[in-house]
Design a protein around this ligand. Structure first.
Ligand code: GLY
Ligand code: MN
Ligand code: MN
Length: 463
């Protein structure tokens, strides 16, 4: 499970040699092994002419919990540092490489079963020590015509592969004073040098095409994460009062998420209020909330590597001003109209048009400035990353999960609103994975009249 590993994993230890009678300490994989077998099968179908070599994440050497890279975890379920997969699309076979020992596993909280019975636990027939990987790569290089490997950088905890790639490109690759390449592109370079006769192809997008459509097991997990996120945001609204610091809001939110079983925040909790509304990813938590402020909190839990994206907008004092209400209700109307039209086959252009029709029928004046700023549409995919691989939908398909996130900002008025939920496309329509948060002005104001966690603690003399 995520957060299960300590910081340092001794790189070379015996390969699963110590056999003890003890049963496993924790489940070894997040999903049933058949889930991963099905994913590898689909991946093999995408590489019928070659062999893929995919590395897992290395030990991180810090006090953050170890995180496996999302693509590697997606295909293997294996949360061990220094592991690799060779997936042969021609022979339809798969080999997993890792080196560990039961003692190391115990020390770092890795599922003992995985180390003791890797074939049984993973469903992968060929398990070899990591030290054999080099020979196996030589064999692939000498045999295969086409070798696939991900060209895009690995995506770790709180990262988004596409954004990381752009950042690395700017900071390293295109910087004349640096010029380093990434681990992935270095591997591509070495492969091409050692085996000039082979064609090296990028398989990042092939894995991402699979990740874009969530399986029922993934959906079930994201529903759980969504429920946690909705509960945390509701508790947060109820807890907020003028005079609190923004960091107190973050503490309430994280308390509820972790209490409910989330391991991490999907991204640093974003809180915009006052003059910070234009900074849509503001996460300094350094403002004292004042009477009359409207607050935007964008946050979600990460549950077993799956992220949730939620934003709430509400008044610090529990009562919207007329102007805050007007702009907030415009964004909420777009969000709700989106929910009415999302269905398989819908394009972004159709979505905008149908949302417009709904808003007109509801009597909204679409010439208002705030409607010019937004009118329906699809946000980014959500999954193992918050800004998930593949960008966002063009045409909706069942199994897609993405953000419905209309947003309006008036910097000059210290006014920002955003209404965001994480949405699943079903066979016929859509499902709000983060349903249950009070969203109407009436419901928010009613909720904020009740004591929240800090008020209850204070009254009880506890904090
Ligand atoms: N949570 C970041 C976003 O909504 O884009
Ligand atoms: Mn968000
Ligand atoms: Mn979002």
């Amino acid at each position: 499970m995520k957060r299960s590993l300590g910081i340092v994993f001794k790189p070379v230890v015996l390969f699963a040699l110590i056999v003890l009678a003890a049963s496993s300490l924790s489940a070894a994989l997040l999903f049933d092994k058949s889930e991963y077998a099905a994913r590898r099968q689909k991946f093999m179908e995408k590489i019928p002419d070659g062999t893929a070599i995919i590395f897992g994440a290395q030990p991180i050497g810090s006090y953050y919990p170890y995180a496996q890279s999302n693509d590697f975890l997606y295909l293997s379920g294996v949360e061990l540092p220094n592991a690799a997969l060779i997936i042969d699309g021609v022979r339809k076979s798969c080999a997993l490489f890792f080196t560990s020992s039961e003692a190391a596993a115990r020390n770092h909280g890795i599922g003992i079963d995985l180390v003791k019975n890797p074939k049984e636990v993973t469903g992968i027939d060929v398990i070899l020590p990591y030290e054999n990987l080099s020979n196996q790569i030589m064999a692939v290089g000498n045999r295969a015509k086409i070798v696939y490997t991900p060209f895009r950088p690995e995506e770790l905890y709180r990262e988004a592969s596409l954004e990381k790639f752009q950042s690395l490109l700017q900071n390293m690759v295109l910087n004349p004073w640096d010029g380093r390449t990434t681990r992935e592109l270095q591997f591509v370079k070495v492969l091409k040098e050692r085996f000039p006769q082979i064609e090296v192809r990028d398989c990042s997008s092939l894995i991402w095409e699979l990740r874009t459509i969530k399986s029922s097991a993934e959906i079930e997990l994201m529903r759980k994460a969504g429920r946690i996120g909705a509960k945390a945001h509701t508790a947060l609204m109820q807890a907020t009062r003028p005079g609190m610091m923004e960091y107190e809001l973050s503490a309430v939110l994280n308390y509820v998420c972790e209490k409910e079983g989330a391991q991490e925040s999907a991204y640093g909790v974003i809180i915009s209020s006052g003059e910070n509304h234009p900074y849509v990813h503001y996460a300094e938590h350094d403002r004292l909330l004042k009477d009359g402020d409207i607050i935007v909190v964008d946050a979600g839990p990460d549950v077993n590597y799956y992220d949730i994206d939620i934003t709430i907008t509400y008044p610090a004092n529990g009562k919207f001003t007329a102007r805050q209400k007007e702009v907030y209700e415009a964004a909420l109307a777009v969000h709700e109209a989106n929910m009415k039209v999302y269905r398989p086959g819908l394009t972004a252009a159709q979505c905008r048009q149908e949302v417009e029709e709904i808003l007109k029928k509801q009597g909204f004046d679409l010439t208002k400035d705030y409607f010019k700023r937004l009118r329906g549409g699809f946000g980014h995919y959500v999954g193992m990353a918050t800004h998930d691989v593949g960008g966002g939908p063009q045409t909706l398909k069942p199994g897609m999960v993405f953000a419905n996130e209309p947003m309006i900002i008036y910097a000059e008025e210290n006014l920002g609103v955003r209404v965001e939920d994480t949405i699943l496309i079903t066979e016929t329509s859509c499902e709000n994975l983060t349903a249950g948060i009070p969203r109407s002005v009436k419901d928010i104001e009613a909720l904020m009249k009740k004591d929240g966690i800090p008020q209850v603690l204070k009254k009880a003399g506890l904090y």
